[in-house]
Structure formats: C-alpha cells, structure tokens
Design a protein around this ligand. Structure first.
Ligand SMILES: *[C@@H]1O[C@H](CO)[C@@H](O)[C@H](O)[C@H]1NC(C)=O
Ligand SMILES: *[C@@H]1O[C@H](CO)[C@@H](O)[C@H](O)[C@H]1NC(C)=O
Ligand SMILES: *[C@@H]1O[C@H](CO)[C@@H](O)[C@H](O)[C@H]1NC(C)=O
Ligand SMILES: *[C@@H]1O[C@H](CO)[C@@H](O)[C@H](O)[C@H]1NC(C)=O
Length: 423
C-alpha cells in the first residue's frame, strides 16, 4: 500500500507540471468532392459563370484528391493536382466565413475558372495553370506555387507546357510574376511537389523560392529581384534505401522519392542575418540543414557540388517511421513540425534542443483520421494547418466513397508543442 501511495503522489506531482498537449482540431472534412454545377444543394467544387469551354471533360469525383493547404486571412488555398481527367480546377480557395459548417466546404477556382481550365487542344497557354501540388504564402501577401505544366494521367501523361513558378498578389488577385523553369534546370516539372519562400525581413522585393524536385533530386532556387533560377545537387537530396518501405493503412509500398520539403528556420549559428534552412527527402528519416546564404548564392551554385557540398549538414535520423511530406518552422516557439506520412502523425522537434530522435515528439497521431498528412503549413498567426487525404489507399486500393477521406486540421503551434518533448 505504501508503494502505491507513493506512486500516486508521484503521478500527481508530475501531472501538475504537465500542460496537456492539444491535438489538432478538425476544421473541414469531405467524403468526396462533388460537382457544384450539377448538385447545387451539396456543391463543393463551384464552376463560376465564366463562359468557359470545358466540354471534353466530365467531372470525376474520385479523381479530385485535395493535396495542399495554405491559410491566409480567412481563406484556405487548396490544390488538386491533375492526376486524373475531370478536375475543373487545380488551384482553389475556401472562403472560411462563407463555410461555417465542418462538412463539405465549397471550393472555388482561384483566381478564377478560366485560368484553371484546360484547353481542349492541349496547346501551351501561359495564362493558364495546369497542375499544382502545394502552395506557400509569404509575409507580403503573395501566393507562390509551381505549375508543373504536366498532366499525370495514368497511361497518358502529357507535358502541356513548361513548368512555371507563379507569384500571385492576394490583395489584388493578380499574378505579379510567372517564370518558366528553363529546360537547363529540368526537362519535366512533375517532380516539383512543394515550395518554400524566404523573404527579407524589410524588403518584399528581396525574396527567394526554394523548390525541391523529388524525381531529379535537385533543389531549385529562384531569386525574385534577380529574376533568375539556379540549382543545387547533393547526395543528401536522394532517398535512403533503407527507408523507402511504407506501410500506411494496410497498404505496403516502396517509394524512391528524394528531396520533398524545405523549411526556413531560425538563425544559422551565431549569425544575425543568415537563417537555417531544413530539408528532407520523402523516402528518408533524415534531416539536412544548410545556411540560406549558401542557397541564395547563384555563383556558388554554378561552381558545383564539389565546392558547396560540405555546406549541407546531415543532422541525423528523426526516428522510426518518421518519413515526412511537408514540414514547417514556427519562429515563436522555435519548433519544426513534420507531417509524418508513414505513421499517420504530426511530429515535432524543438530546434533549441540537440537534434536527436529522443528530442523528437508526436503532437497528434490517429490511424483512422490522420491517414496520410499530405501537407503542413504555419501561417503568420502561428497556426499550424494540415490536410490529410489517404493518398496510398487512393493509389493502391480504393477509397470508401461514403467515408470521410479528406480532412483539414488546425492548431496553434504553441498549443501543439505544449506538453510534448518539443515544449
Ligand atoms: C453567376 O451569375 C449570376 C448572375 O450574374 C450571379 O448572381 C451568380 O452569383 C454567379 N455565380 C457564380 C458562381 O459566380
Ligand atoms: C466554345 O467552343 C465553341 C465550339 O468549339 C466555339 O464556337 C466558342 O467560341 C467557344 N467559346 C469560348 C468562350 O471559347
Ligand atoms: C558566393 O560564393 C562565392 C564563391 O564561393 C563567394 O566568392 C562569394 O563571396 C559568395 N557571395 C556571398 C554574397 O556570400
Ligand atoms: C464505408 O464507410 C461507411 C461510412 O463510414 C461505413 O458505414 C461502411 O461500412 C464503409 N464500407 C466499407 C466497405 O468499409
């Protein structure tokens, strides 16, 4: 009895110190996306009134798999990459004020339907967007993304046009930059799944986009003021052979995806101006770090890997089953959050602590509702946004079309880290 008493007292004592970790909150969910034109009562993909010729394509509900989510001032930018025919818009927005219910929020083509509509003749059209995986919003109210220009249709992939980096000013809903990625950088754009933006603290004109290519295992950098793109190559951008085996929701598969996500972190060592950039491959459990001054140096990039190779630091493994799609850094807490696709979880590491698997924690794990967190962003208010979409079931089996398959989550980074090892 004495022992038990001690145990209880000890437990209470510990309990007083712990601030309960708050899991992510469900914001929106869908079973399948629906065609707003035909079923207005339950619409969630809305065709606008633009007189758009979209005759050759009929809406394909199953093919509309949402992939990326970025929040900005009450609007959620949601992408649907064109991996099947029948997708009316690859870039969409949810007006949160107009969608108070958690179920079936309406997606509206962004900036409009015409820009998102495929030309029936498949001719390149720089005014249109073909396929987008993920987006990023910077502190200057600009939406950045790569249009891969590529239709990944099974049995009939088509490069409609050159992949291009887009920058849209969200205050006026106009494109302020469109940069075609030249063939010297990469032949096809379908391996560019993600983007991170690094903006100068006082000058919106000085901004850099970091774009990983999991297929070619390269990292492209675009300088907004330079108006040019350069690239880095490194063995650390490759997949790790021992970590290519995935087991998600009873689907077992092997992936070879290389560099997949880039996150701008805090200070690089003692420097007040340089920042640490974190990156990782998808089929990998390792994290890499490099100074943003390296990435922003076009001259250095052109000198080749033999010159810059050692500037990329291999921090080590994060822990078992921590393969991650997107990750993002919260400047207030100093915590890096990971969307962990191989264990249906959101993970974390406080960058003020040594990089070690023991210092990596789990914020949220759910083997039913958090299957395949495909994207993770942190907005300017310090809120974490996640979309989960059950992608492996969609690819290797069949989604249950009457179950909830797609979910958007939110939590303040501070609350998410509280009570975990990342506090
Ligand atoms: C379509 O046009 C009508 C009349 O111009 C307008 O009231 C309605 O809001 C428009 N719908 C969309 C989805 O833009
Ligand atoms: C739509 O297609 C028809 C037939 O191909 C053509 O006559 C018409 O001008 C097109 N409308 C627009 C708005 O492109
Ligand atoms: C860029 O790299 C080159 C080659 O290492 C170096 O000479 C130059 O000083 C660097 N520029 C900056 C701004 O760091
Ligand atoms: C599909 O999901 C619905 C709703 O959750 C459930 O009732 C049904 O049993 C599921 N079907 C299968 C085959 O699992």
């Amino acid at each position: 009895m004495a022992k038990l008493g001690l145990f209880v007292v000890g437990l209470l004592h510990v309990g007083l110190q712990i601030v309960a970790a708050e899991k992510l909150e469900l914001v929106y969910q869908w079973t399948q996306l629906r065609d707003g034109n035909k079923r207005p009562a339950t619409q969630n993909v809305v065709f606008s009134n633009d007189s758009v010729n979209n005759t050759e394509e009929t809406f394909n509900a199953y093919g509309n798999l949402p992939m990326g989510v970025t929040h900005h001032k009450g609007f959620l930018y949601v992408t649907i990459p064109r991996r099947r025919p029948g997708i009316p818009a690859t870039l969409n927005v949810i007006d949160m004020a107009a969608n108070p219910s958690i179920n079936d929020p309406t997606l509206m083509p962004y900036p409009n339907l015409l820009v998102n509509t495929l030309r029936a003749d498949s001719v390149a059209d720089p005014k249109r967007i073909v396929s987008v995986y993920r987006t990023q919003v910077d502190r200057c109210d600009r939406l950045w993304f790569v249009d891969t220009g590529y239709l990944e249709y099974p049995g009939g992939a088509v490069q409609v046009q050159r992949p291009a980096l887009w920058v849209i000013d969200l205050n006026v809903h106009r494109s302020v930059r469109r940069f075609e990625i030249p063939p010297e950088m990469v032949e096809f754009g379908f391996g560019i799944p993600n983007i991170e933006v690094d903006v100068d603290a006082s000058d919106c004109g000085r901004a850099y986009a970091y774009m990983p290519d999991y297929e070619e295992r390269q990292l492209y950098v675009y300088g907004l003021s330079e108006g040019r793109m350069w690239r880095f190559e490194h063995n650390y951008f490759s997949f790790e052979p021992r970590y290519g085996d995935f087991n998600v929701a009873r689907q077992r598969f092997t992936w070879y995806d290389g560099i997949f996500s880039v996150a701008v972190g805090g200070r690089w060592r003692e420097s007040s101006t340089e920042r640490t950039v974190y990156l990782h491959a998808m089929a990998s459990v390792s994290e890499i770090a490099v100074s943003n001054r390296i990435l922003q140096n076009e001259t250095l990039a052109n000198l080749g890997n033999a010159v810059y190779g050692r500037a990329f630091l291999h921090l080590g493994p994060r822990g078992p089953n921590t393969q991650s799609s997107s990750h993002a850094y919260d400047p207030t807490t100093g915590v890096l959050f990971y969307a962990e696709v191989n264990r249906n979880s959101i993970g974390c590491w406080n960058t003020n602590k040594p990089f070690d698997p023991d210092n990596h924690g789990i914020v949220h794990l759910d083997n039913e509702e958090m299957i395949y967190p495909a994207d993770l962003r942190i907005d300017r208010d310090g809120d974490l946004w996640v979309i989960s979409n059950r992608l492996p079931i969609w690819i290797y089996s069949k989604l249950n079309r009457t179950a909830v398959n797609y979910r958007i989550w939110r939590q303040s980074a501070f609350k998410a880290a509280a009570g975990t090892i990342c506090e």
